[in-house]
Design a protein around this ligand. Structure first.
Ligand SMILES: NC(=O)c1ccc[n+]([C@@H]2O[C@H](COP(=O)([O-])OP(=O)(O)OC[C@H]3O[C@@H](n4cnc5c(N)ncnc54)[C@H](OP(=O)(O)O)[C@@H]3O)[C@@H](O)[C@H]2O)c1
Length: 320
């Protein structure tokens, strides 16, 4: 079998789709023939050396395909089933075959394409788990989302609405994305450059997967007992230091969350959320961002486009 691998830290340019060890499922594992691998910005950030993955490394947080073989003791799945699998704790998603513990695998509803299943798995489930289990979003809350039309941001905004937020506002980098944000159902959308000067509004929750120079200024945009949540650093910019005394003096909260860490400790809980994610997408209750598909054996340009912010949506790699 082949996989798209990171062989050095020079970015997507030097990644290669090459032969790797064949797999067979161990006890409780499901061997999946992958049709689509979902790509997150983090995968190209890994290829630039973030996290210093042991090389060669196979990135990729999510896949969708069909069950090829079952390890001993797997229940509830059969060879040939259409499934989606979370590779977030094994980082092997850019492979033609993956072998995953059954807890990380869910059936894909008949009416849902495997492309959509792969596209939804990490980001929509991150949004659900983060809003339900971590911040326990209350109905009637006001929420601000950075990178609001991106892979993760688009799911945070819609999920917040679904869970009863009364006002969900987008911050994006350009006019085209502002329009996209409105199409995704945000109540209003601001440009990042002008947001701090054009709005006096305050929020119960600010979700920031983007980072950058204004990250710390968001603390001034919180209501009392409001929370600034750091979910990533898509901009890869340096940040100004945050003075922790601001938190107690203003009765505000600062938290971080990463879905991978949560999955490694709570996969049984996450399994139920994965099922919910696919149902929401299948029932059109959550809209995915625009999908872009590249063949896995010719994906370098698409990965570079993602890194340069030219792909606004969700990139998928299609396997032969
Ligand atoms: N914490 C978690 O569990 C979790 C889960 C999934 C993803 N993430 C993180 O969330 C971030 C976004 O991931 P994603 O896969 O959703 O990426 P994405 O689809 O590429 O979206 C990233 C968004 O960030 C903004 N951005 C600002 N500067 C950027 C730059 N230099 N390059 C690219 N985007 C830039 C863009 O929005 P504007 O142009 O509108 O500002 C873009 O829409 C990443 O840092 C990722 O690691 C975290």
């Amino acid at each position: 079998m082949k996989a798209l691998q990171i062989i050095d830290y020079n970015g997507p340019e030097t990644m290669v789709y090459q032969e790797t060890e064949n797999l067979s499922p161990r006890e409780k594992e499901v061997l999946i023939k992958v049709n689509y691998s979902g790509v997150g910005l983090i995968d190209v950030i890994f290829a630039r050396g973030f996290g210093q993955l042991e090389l060669p490394a196979i990135p990729g947080l999510e896949v969708a395909g069909t069950v090829m073989e079952l390890g001993a003791g797997v229940t509830g799945l059969q060879v040939g089933d259409r499934v989606a699998g979370l590779t977030i704790n094994t980082l092997s998603g850019f492979s033609d075959l993956v072998s995953l513990h059954e807890d990380y695998v869910v059936k894909v509803p008949d009416c849902l394409g495997l492309d959509l299943a792969a596209a939804a798995l990490t980001n929509t489930t991150t949004a659900l788990v983060f809003l339900k289990e971590i911040v326990r979003l209350e109905a009637g809350s006001s929420v601000l989302v950075y990178g609001a039309t991106g892979g993760l941001g688009s799911q945070i905004g819609q999920t917040a609405k679904l869970l009863g937020a009364k006002k969900v506002i987008a911050v994006v980098s350009n006019e085209e994305r502002r329009q996209k944000a409105m199409d995704l159902g945000y109540d209003a959308a601001y440009l990042r450059e002008t947001f701090f000067n054009s709005s006096e509004e305050k929020f119960d929750l600010i979700v920031d997967p983007v980072g950058g120079e204004h990250r710390k200024d968001n603390l001034q945009k919180l209501n009392t007992h409001g929370t600034l949540a750091i979910l990533g650093n898509a901009s890869q910019e340096e940040h100004a230091d945050i003075d922790p005394d601001i938190l107690w003096l203003n009765n505000i909260n600062l938290i971080g969350f990463n879905f991978g860490g949560y999955c490694s400790q709570h996969i049984k809980t996450v399994h139920d959320y994965l099922i919910w994610t696919l149902k929401l997408v299948a029932n059109n209750q959550i809209q995915l961002p625009e999908l872009f598909t590249a063949p896995i054996d010719n994906a370098v340009q698409a990965l570079l486009d993602l890194e340069e912010g030219k792909i606004n949506g969700k990139l998928l790699l299609k396997h032969p």
